[in-house]
Design a protein around this ligand. Structure first.
Ligand SMILES: Nc1ncnc2c1ncn2[C@@H]1O[C@H](COP(=O)(O)OP(=O)(O)OP(=O)(O)O)[C@@H](O)[C@H]1O
Ligand SMILES: [Mg+2]
Length: 505
């Protein structure tokens, strides 16, 4: 049988950036094929070429053995290719059904009509465990379900080859397991899946083969059964990588940040944060574990001054800051790395050096009076680019043109490099490659050791356990448990995350 996909000598440049160099790749039909590589290695670019989003400068694409020109996503869909992008491409104010039908190339779905599409959605939902309410508004759905809409959209269009670009970056471990079950079901039906992920555990668990990219090149291919996470990590980064965190026990000092009885309600009056009290001390990392959607995001927003709580009190260094703005909190030494970098961390049309400054425009280091000292801003951006190995190292490039992981590094560098007294950080390594994770983890530990108080919210239980000195578990808006990291394990935390309370356990 001909391979589902064969790429021969695919090449693509963006100005000075050589994003894909002479790429050869074979993906067998009916297999799950992983692609790994550092941030900016060229993974998304290569898949965007396959999906007709970009056209390659050179090279050939063969689908099921036949050479195809793919000049638009319409061509790709006609060739049986579907793609779920790293950043979703849904229209948030519209319903699930409208999103699925929207832009259905050739009007095929429109011709069949809404009723037929509705029926097809229900059928796919049953076949692959992808049930969804077709009338729900996409913008109101949690990310896990928005992703489901993207997958359904591809399947409704008849995709036989499904490309998923970092699908689990936004999912909880349980949601990721569900997704993998679904990918296995697709494979069992002879469909082909390409999976891009930074999580080597996932590559090892679900793929048949894996290809490694580095700096625009395809550098190695492995049978998953014959490789290891460590070998893949070395192939990706070009050196051995520490997959574990090295740290000494914390020496916590006085309370830096405290919350008492916080209540944050959503628009319909539901308490997303339900009487939460916590304290964070100088020189410690406190992790907040939980299945996403259990109030962690709202807690972060309240503590960062972005959405004030309806009840309760927040103190910073003993001072009541409950009603202060994010800007005022920043001046008091509280930095915040938002969970969702696209909505809150960055302005995509801005140049990198402008995004690297967001929220700190008033800093006297960038000039006095109404005008910014552009040279100082750029010099500062370059220093951070070097420190965090942002690729490409160009502070004049538009933020949107950096790869996903490099965008995350821009936000992290901005917030962490100011040596804040208190850092609240949401999903710090979401979408970030393993080399950069190693760096970010070391940096967080170094900040802790230098006396910072760090509140870490992450859906990666491994990350919470590796970095935290103390762990709070959130479920249904409440803190359902507190453990010293040294005294607990994933099973116990998992039970608390699922709402099995201390007494019941
Ligand atoms: N539209 C564009 N204009 C200019 N440069 C771009 C554009 N798209 C991508 N690049 C550059 O091409 C390179 C490869 O980016 P790509 O998004 O393919 O990386 P990636 O492997 O998907 O990384 P990540 O893991 O961070 O998502 C990067 O240096 C990126 O900055
Ligand atoms: Mg990418």
């Amino acid at each position: 049988m001909a391979p589902a996909i064969e790429l021969v000598g695919v090449d693509k440049r963006f100005g000075a950036v050589h994003a894909n160099r002479n790429i050869d790749l074979v993906v067998e039909a009916g297999s799950i094929h992983g692609i790994v590589g550092e941030n900016g290695a060229g993974k998304s670019t290569l898949m965007s070429i396959l999906y007709g989003f970009y056209e390659a400068d050179a090279g050939e694409i063969r689908i099921d053995g036949a050479s195809r020109r793919i000049r638009s996503s319409r061509d790709a869909i006609a060739a049986g290719i579907g793609m779920v992008h790293q950043h979703f491409m849904l229209v948030e104010p519209l319903s699930v059904l409208d999103n699925v039908m929207l832009g259905a190339e050739g009007g095929a779905l429109l011709a069949q009509g809404a009723a037929a599409t509705r029926a097809r959605l229900a059928e796919l939902g049953r076949a692959y465990g992808l049930a969804i309410d077709p009338d729900a508004t996409v913008g109101d759905l949690p990310v896990g379900l928005q992703q489901r809409v993207e997958i359904l959209k591809a399947l409704v269009r008849g995709a036989r080859i499904l490309i998923l670009d970092e699908p689990t970056a936004v999912l909880t471990p349980a949601e990721a397991d569900q997704l993998f079950e679904m990918l296995r079901a697709l494979r069992a039906e002879g469909k082909t899946v390409i999976l891009i992920t930074h999580k080597l555990r996932e590559i090892m668990a679900v793929t048949d083969r894996v290809s490694v990219m580095r700096r625009g090149e395809m550098v190695a291919h492995f049978d998953t059964a014959r490789t290891s996470a460590q070998e893949l990590a070395s192939a990706m980064v070009g050196r051995p990588v520490l997959l574990k965190v090295d740290k000494t026990p914390a020496a916590p000092g006085e309370i830096a940040l405290a919350a008492e009885g916080l209540v944050a309600r959503d628009r319909s009056g539901v308490a997303r944060v339900d009487h939460v009290s916590l304290s964070l001390r100088v020189g410690e990392i406190v992790g907040v574990a939980g299945v996403s959607g259990n109030g962690q995001s709202e807690l972060l927003l309240a503590l960062a001054g972005i959405a004030h709580p309806q009840e309760g009190r927040i103190t910073l260094g003993g001072r009541d800051v409950t009603r202060l703005s994010p800007a005022a909190l920043r001046k008091l030494g509280l930095a915040h790395v938002p969970e969702d970098r696209h909505h809150m961390g960055l302005v995509l049309p801005f140049e990198e050096n402008e995004s690297a400054l967001l929220g700190y425009q008033d800093d006297p280091a960038y000039g006095s009076g109404p005008l910014l000292d552009r040279d100082a801003v750029r010099a500062d951006a370059r220093v951070k680019i070097r420190a965090y190995d942002v690729q490409p190292p160009d502070c004049l490039l538009k933020t949107a043109n950096f790869s996903g992981g490099n965008q995350q590094k821009i936000v992290l560098a901005r917030e962490m490099e100011r040596d804040p007294n208190v850092l609240i950080v949401g999903q710090p390594t979401r979408g970030v490659d393993i080399g950069a994770i190693e760096f970010i983890h070391k940096r967080l530990i170094a900040m802790r050791d230098a006396g910072a108080a760090i509140l870490l919210v992450s859906v990666e239980l491994d990350e919470i356990m590796a970095l935290s000195d103390r762990i709070l578990v959130m479920c249904g808006g409440r803190i359902t448990g507190e453990r010293r990291a040294a005294d607990t394990n994933a099973q116990e935390l998992g039970l608390l995350m699922a709402g099995v309370t201390e007494k019941a356990a």
